[in-house]
Write a protein that binds this ligand. Structure first.
Ligand code: HEC
Length: 156
């Protein structure tokens, strides 16, 4: 049953995304966000096994710097990412409430699986579980926007 609902809402997501050449309107975005949070993104109750201390934040920042920064910027808020606004859907600020209202388990799920068919890739197998959980802790403690400069790959 739960699976049927999940597949149905995935179909809805695809229809909503596929029917439009332009950006989704505010209402459609809200429906998409709500569908994602409640049905599509799994793993809601899984707990982060790592201690939430400054060492884990530093580890998460390090893991994030390998390739997440190419699209999300060093600060997770798109600073210095030239194409962030022109991707469809655009790269969101990871400090935004849409993202921060995910549970830790859902954030892990998003990073593991990515969001198909958008540009957000899945990292399962590329990063270890521990690296991904540390990224989740980093995402809860993002530095102020712009404070970390541009990703190195765009600075020359
Ligand atoms: C190739 C570009 C790209 C890379 C690399 C990338 N992302 Fe994303 N990310 C996106 C896009 C585009 C979205 C928006 C997806 C959407 O709303 O459908 C996104 C969305 C997200 C979200 C929010 C999901 C939501 O439902 O709102 C999180 C969290 C996230 N990314 C974390 C990461 C992490 C952590 C990494 C590295 C392990 C990473 N991303 C690598 C492009 C990227």
């Amino acid at each position: 049953m739960a699976r049927t609902i999940r597949i149905a809402s995935l179909t809805l997501l695809l229809l909503l995304q596929g029917c439009k050449a332009s950006k989704p309107g505010a209402k459609e975005s809200r429906i998409l966000t709500s569908a994602k949070h409640h049905v599509f993104v799994g793993n809601k109750t899984e707990k982060n096994p790592l201690a939430k201390n400054s060492q884990t934040i530093a580890d998460g920042k390090e893991a994030f710097s390998h390739y997440c920064v190419a699209c999300h910027g060093n600060d997770g808020q798109n600073t210095g990412v030239p194409f962030a606004d022109t991707m469809s859907p655009p790269v969101p600020s990871l400090a935004s409430s849409d993202v921060q209202t995910y549970t830790d388990g859902q954030m892990k799920w998003v990073i593991d699986n990515g969001i198909w068919p958008s540009g957000m890739p899945g990292s399962k197998g590329k990063l270890s579980d521990e690296e991904i959980w540390s990224i989740v802790v980093y995402l809860r403690h993002l530095p102020p926007a712009g404070s970390q400069g541009e990703p190195e790959m765009y600075s020359h």
